[in-house]
Design a protein. Structure first.
Length: 77
């Protein structure tokens, strides 16, 4: 896990993105949908996806972490 702080410029870009383009909750929903679709593709053994399984595993993890940061869903009690 990275402990580096993001730059002020990146922080401003993220704030602008979520203020002007998409709500964090909607982005989290989109990330979860993409994760689900990718996971289904891998599980159904698409040859193209199988060749990239390590990258997909990392990507699925980080997309889910971002979704949880934007709108906690899995951590709700």
């Amino acid at each position: 896990m990275s402990t580096n702080a993001i730059s002020r410029e990146t922080e401003i870009r993220l704030l602008n993105f979520f203020n002007d383009r998409i709500e964090p909750e909607e982005m989290a929903k989109t990330l979860r949908q993409v994760n689900f679709t990718l996971a289904l593709g891998v599980m159904s053994e698409h040859e193209e996806l199988q060749n990239e399984i390590a990258k997909l595993r990392d990507g699925l993890y980080w997309l889910n972490e971002l979704a949880e940061t934007l709108n906690p869903y899995l951590d709700l009690e």
